[in-house]
Structure formats: C-alpha cells, structure tokens
Design a protein around this ligand. Structure first.
Ligand code: NAG
Length: 383
C-alpha cells in the first residue's frame, strides 16, 4: 500500500558549501515558488519577495525537467490531491518539486538573487510521486495510490502519512486509517508496519458525520509536545466516483509521542459555528510563526478559515480570506505574510498584528500561475 523511496542522501550534502546571502541594501529578502504541474512540461513560477511582502516575477516558467500529472480525481483543480508536492530543505538551500507525470523529483538550488537553478532530477520508482518529506539529508517521497501527504515529526523519529481515501474506503470496506505513523530508526529506515493509526470519526457514528478525506496536515512542537493537526474534508469524491453529500469540514488534533503513538486531543472541530454551518472540504494547513494560529484552505469553498491554537483549537474566523480554488499555502518565516496558491494566481496576504494575529489582508495577487493544474507552493526566507 505504501511505497517509499529513500534517495540522494549524499547529494544534498554535496551542495552545502553554497550559501545564499542578500546584501543589507537589497530590496528582496526571499523567494516564493509555485509549481505549474504542467502535464507536458512541469515548470516553477519564480518570484523574489520584497520586505513588504509583495512579489516580483523572476521567471514565469522555469523547467523542472519533468512532467506534471492529474492523479486520482483531482483533475484540473487540485490535480495531485496531495500536500508537500513542493518543499524546502531544512538547511534552506534547495527547493524540491515532484514531477508526478514522469516519476522524478527535481532539486532546484536557491540563488543569491532568489531565482532557482535546476541542479538535479532524481528518478523514483512507480507512479507519482506526489508528496515529499525531508529530515536532515534524508528524503522520502510517497506514491499516490493511497497516500495524500507525508511529513517527518519535529523529533525526526516518526514519518506521518495521511490517507486521502480513508473516508471512502471506509464507507465501502470498513478500513479506517486517517493518519498512519511509521517509526524512523537512526539509519533513516522506516518500520515495516505502522506503529499507530488514528481516525477522528467512527463508522456509523450517532452524529451522522461523513468520514473524513485527508490531504494536508502539520506537525508542530509546542513546549516540547508534538501535535498532529489535520484538516478534514467531508465530501470529496471517492476513487469510484461516488461521494457523500458535502458536510462542514473540520480539524482534528492528536498528540504524537516520541515512540510514534497518537493520543486524541480534540476531534472534529468545525470550520464554522457548528457541524451544520461552516466551510466545506478543508484540504491544507499552515501555522503562524508563533504557533498561536493556523489557517486552512477550503478548496471548493474558495476560502481560507482561521483558527486559534493553544494546545486546544477553536474556530476564529470562518472566512479569513477568499480566492478561487486555494490548493496550497505557505507563510514567510517571520510570520508577517501568507502566500496561498489559487487557480490562476498567487495571493500575497499581510498577517495582522505584524504576524501575531490571524487576520489576512490581500496586498497583491500576481496572475502568473496557470488556471489549471497548478499545485504546490513554498516561500523561501533568509535566515
Ligand atoms: C511594496 O514595495 C514596493 C517597492 O518599493 C512598492 O511598489 C509597493 O507599493 C509596496 N507595497 C506595499 C503593499 O507596501
């Protein structure tokens, strides 16, 4: 069911000598990179980022050396049905992007002017990949047959996997694994079997809630406790084309211990005032820099919801921002700006209270992204 590949652990170290530095006088302090996922020739849309959060286009179509794809039932909007299809390495030097149509991962080096240089295309086995997880020099990718996203825990001891078709398989077969955790040994190898699994919603529950379909999630460490925070869509179409009627989307939280065990903290918190009033199909998540807030993209609702986070979560603003089909989002490191990827554009939003609030104000919306098939965005920052 899960196919993982470990590769080029040596490659990334090869490039550690280069170092990106901007002169203090530079107008630009980072980059924002979105992926077109173009089916014929995958490309990156490359922006430099100003101190005030606005973007300047550097390259509208930088080749990744691979091809994009439409996988599962995503089609033109949300084509990969995944999260972390574009990531930044923890050393802040390389952007990794999936070529799901040609079974490879592109390694792009961030240049001093925040443009990207394609330095390597790594072939991987099988269909996809659709999601990338990086820890130190270790890179895992996931295949799309069941996994929507993968991510290492902050303590690096676990690899957490979300299961997009959890809800629909469960409706048909009773298989219930929304979140699956594998342990990672000191050599970087995964446990052959999951060490834990979790779900927020029981089959045939008394509340009549659909089982969740799960794409993006985030693992944060707050006061030395790790939390897995999971947006839950409750009406996506299943692999067989059948879908339950859309219900209000939600967010669930588990604590993740150092042995990879999950403990529920708070389950099925709706995006609105109740499970009958809110946005639908929350698919990705991004935290504020101080971890006190997070935002989720509600892709078919064309909206972004804001939540507060203080171990417990609560809905703060059902619609904090709007935009067409938000499929992904990433914030600047200082927390002052949030960059969602919409169909046809990138949104540059200023976060209220200098990054300490949850409010979002649109400051720019460059339209350089293709309207169809784009997926994946990251914001690069100077340390
Ligand atoms: C950001 O800075 C640029 C360049 O100085 C300027 O043109 C733009 O108006 C500024 N935008 C905001 C929202 O401050």
């Amino acid at each position: 069911m899960f196919h993982f590949q470990m590769f080029f652990s040596a490659l990334l170290t090869t490039f550690l000598l280069s170092c990106v530095q901007a002169s203090p006088s530079s107008e630009f302090v980072g980059g924002v990179y979105a992926m077109s996922n173009n089916l014929d020739a995958n490309t990156m849309v490359v922006y430099a980022r100003r101190r005030n959060g606005t973007l300047k286009l550097l390259d509208a179509a930088l080749s990744t050396g691979g091809k994009g794809a439409e996988i599962n039932v995503g089609m033109g909007f949300d084509p990969l049905f995944s999260a972390n299809s574009v990531v930044i390495t923890p050393d802040n030097k390389f952007v990794l992007a999936v070529n799901a149509g040609s079974s490879s991962v592109s390694v792009l080096e961030v240049q001093p002017d925040f443009s990207l240089l394609l330095v390597h295309v790594q072939p991987v086995a099988g269909l996809g990949p659709t999601s990338i997880a990086v820890s130190g020099n270790l890179v895992y990718v996931s295949s799309p047959d069941a996994d929507a996203a993968i991510q290492f825990s902050p303590d690096r001891r676990s690899l957490v996997v979300s299961d997009l078709f959890f809800g629909f398989n469960a409706l048909r077969t009773g298989t219930v694994n929304e979140i699956v955790v594998f342990s990672v040994d000191k050599f970087g190898h995964l446990s052959t079997a999951p060490v834990s699994t979790a779900t927020s919603t029981e089959l045939n529950n008394a509340e009549g809630r659909n089982l969740p379909g799960e794409i993006g999630f985030e693992i944060v460490r707050s006061r030395d406790v790790q939390y897995v925070v999971v947006p839950e869509a409750r009406g996506l179409a299943g692999a067989d084309g059948m879908s339950p009627a859309d219900q209000v989307a939600s967010v669930s939280t588990w604590r993740l211990d150092s042995r990879g065990r999950l403990f529920p903290v708070q389950l099925d918190v709706p995006t609105g005032s109740s499970v009958t009033s809110g946005q639908v199909d929350s698919c990705r998540i991004e935290f504020s820099a101080d971890l006190r807030h997070f935002w989720v993209t509600n892709t078919p609702s064309n909206s972004i919801s804001a939540f507060s986070f203080n171990r417990k979560i609560s809905s703060l603003e059902e619609v904090a921002a709007t935009g067409t089909f938000p499929v992904d989002l990433w914030r600047s490191r200082d927390g002052k700006f949030l960059y969602p990827l919409f169909a046809g554009s990138v949104g540059a939003f200023e976060v209220s209270k200098g990054g300490r609030g949850a409010g979002l104000t649109l400051i720019q919306k460059p339209m350089n992204v293709p309207e169809m098939n784009a997926q994946g965005i990251v914001a690069f920052y100077l340390v």
